[in-house]
Ligand binder design. Structure first.
Ligand SMILES: [Ca+2]
Length: 551
């Protein structure tokens, strides 16, 4: 077995010998953890180029390969599925942007970080802790050329004008704080500080300030004016956050700009890649999140609404990148992950789409921000020529937090004990093996910081309502007298319509205990216990008390 690889047996955590063994070796492991990533053993998989495409708010049902009844044409994603492996039970760790991105890049559940609910703003300081291993730093240590293009939304440390107030560490900055930043200065703590050799993109979501591109650790042009953009093209009822912008920066240009920049990255690293120095390219599209801003040539193309047009344009961008892999002769040695950071948002106008026969989140309950499946079960397609059997589908339970351990196993990198604490390799699935499950349980998290835990068909949510934006929200659920927890059997009830908590107190107790243990241990994979960045309030007691006072 490759050092650091998590075997199926290891994944079945329990007490007994294994626990005592880890307690004994904990001291040694701490020493090992402080060492840099070692090269590990050579693997049979070589060092494929790795292309990770992350969409923003793309729903489970928005791609035809997941939803044949869907009304949006997604030929390029469908092609990936035809030529690769499609997961039907893949999840983001959170139902919103920032926390999911944290987990994707660190292999650690987002709620172990300082951010316990909500998202960061475009001017928030860096979230990834100093010294923490990331997918990028892991691959870079293996000799990969590491590049990120697109939406960061994990915070960076902007310089402030002298005497100006500090920006909030959590949440989205207010309009009177946005000019305290000195945009002419170098930005510390961004993507190039956590393992990426190159970055081009934007700081937060595209509906957040500042409206300018960043290359490596500087803005390409410093903002000098204030602007806001319509949340949806053609509408004027809702606007993005008003603030610092560069004259001429238009939100509709961003997706095509990022797609072309990703193509440039491939073009520039292809020669070296063919000569044996592989690349890791992380492409985080800003779409189809708000502002829903399809380019002029895509407007009206879907016949549904601007969101559907924008999904089509996003699929076009995927196609442009796939075409570049072929043009530069690296397609056959490139492993592609295609996914989304959370479910489709109500900003898409879900009712309008439904009326046209399009279920953006497929059959799932709820949407972005919720603890229900619509919040975090997402499209997930992998193409790896010569390795992953084409046109296959798996119902194995996986999460975006698992990409780190999977890539580590592929390249033969050892993951230190103080990194990737919640990451379980799904490499066997990529190789067409069906002897799972490799992941025994999975934790979900909503925008309000509400928890759920999944084991086999069972899902226990530690909240009475959606935990997010769908009705009923928590105060309303409490008023309705709904039980404080929800237990669903997803095999029988994918739509989460029948709360079985009253009939199965033993499952509620077991899953609660399992979640408590995983919080307490600072990890959910085998290894010595680790420390969460802050005290984790599993039941949101503080929040509930506040809600109670508010009536
Ligand atoms: Ca998102």
């Amino acid at each position: 077995m490759i050092a650091g690889m998590k075997s199926p047996q290891d994944s079945r955590r329990g007490g007994g010998l294994a626990q005592r063994f880890y307690a004994i070796v904990a001291g040694l492991a701490v020493v090992a953890a402080s060492a840099a990533i070692d090269a590990g053993a050579a693997t049979p998989y070589g060092q494929p180029n790795i292309l990770l495409i992350l969409c923003d708010d793309l729903g489970y049902g928005d791609v035809r390969c997941n939803n044949p009844e869907g009304k949006i044409a997604t030929p390029h994603v469908d092609r990936l599925a035809r030529e690769g492996l499609r997961f039907t039970d893949a999840h983001t760790t959170s139902s919103v942007c920032t926390p999911t991105r944290y987990s994707l890049l660190t292999g650690r559940y987002n709620w172990r970080s300082r951010l316990q609910s909500g998202v960061l703003g475009g001017l928030s300081p860096r979230l990834i802790e100093p010294g923490r291993l990331t997918l990028a730093s892991l691959l870079r240590a293996q000799g990969y050329h590491t590049m990120a293009v697109g939406k960061w939304h994990l915070g960076m440390n902007w310089a402030r004008h002298e005497g100006q107030a500090e920006l909030p560490r959590h949440g989205i900055e207010t309009s009177n704080q946005v000019w305290s930043v000195d945009y002419a200065q170098r930005i510390a703590g961004g993507p190039t500080s956590v393992g990426f050799g190159y970055f081009f993109g934007i700081s937060g979501s595209l509906d957040m300030v500042p409206y300018t591109y960043i290359e490596n650790d500087r803005v390409t042009v410093a903002p000098t004016i204030e602007r806001a953009f319509p949340m949806t093209h053609g509408k004027t009822d809702k606007w993005t956050r008003r603030g610092p912008a560069v004259p001429g920066f238009e939100v509709e240009d961003v997706l095509p700009t990022l797609a072309r920049k990703a193509v440039d990255c491939i073009a520039q690293s292809a020669t070296e890649a063919r000569a044996g120095r592989p690349f890791f390219l992380y492409v985080a599209f800003t779409s189809p999140h708000t502002p829903i801003a399809p380019s002029p040539q895509w407007r009206g193309k879907s016949g549904l609404n601007p969101y559907a047009d924008f999904v089509m344009e996003t699929d076009w961008a995927v196609g442009l990148i796939l075409e570049a892999l072929e043009r530069y002769h690296v397609a056959t040695n490139t492993l592609i992950f295609f996914t989304s950071d959370n479910g489709c948002s109500p900003a898409a106008d879900l009712a309008q789409l439904r009326a046209a026969g399009h279920a953006a989140n497929g059959p799932l309950r709820g949407h972005k921000a919720d603890i229900w499946e619509g919040g975090h079960r997402v499209p997930f397609v992998v193409r790896w020529p010569g390795r992953t059997p084409a046109g296959t589908v798996t119902d194995q339970l996986i999460s975006l937090v698992d990409v780190l351990a999977t890539c580590a196993e592929i390249v033969g990198a050892r993951v230190p004990e103080n990194a990737g604490e919640d990451s379980v390799s799904f490499l066997p699935a990529l190789l067409g093996r069906t002897n799972g499950p490799w992941r025994q349980s999975l934790v979900h998290h909503s925008v309000e910081g509400r928890f759920a835990i999944r084991r086999g068909p069972w899902k226990l949510a530690l909240c009475a309502g959606s935990g997010g934006w769908s009705a009923p929200r928590e105060p309303e659920a409490a008023r309705q007298g709904l039980p404080p927890v929800q237990l669903y059997n997803l095999t029988q009830d994918l739509k989460e319509q029948h709360n079985l908590q009253a009939g199965h107190p033993e499952i509620v107790a077991e899953l609660t205990a399992l979640l408590e243990q995983q919080v307490r241990d600072g990890r959910s994979t085998p290894g010595p216990p680790q420390t969460n960045e802050v005290q984790v309030d599993l039941w949101k007691k503080q929040q509930r008390a506040t809600s109670g006072r508010g009536g």
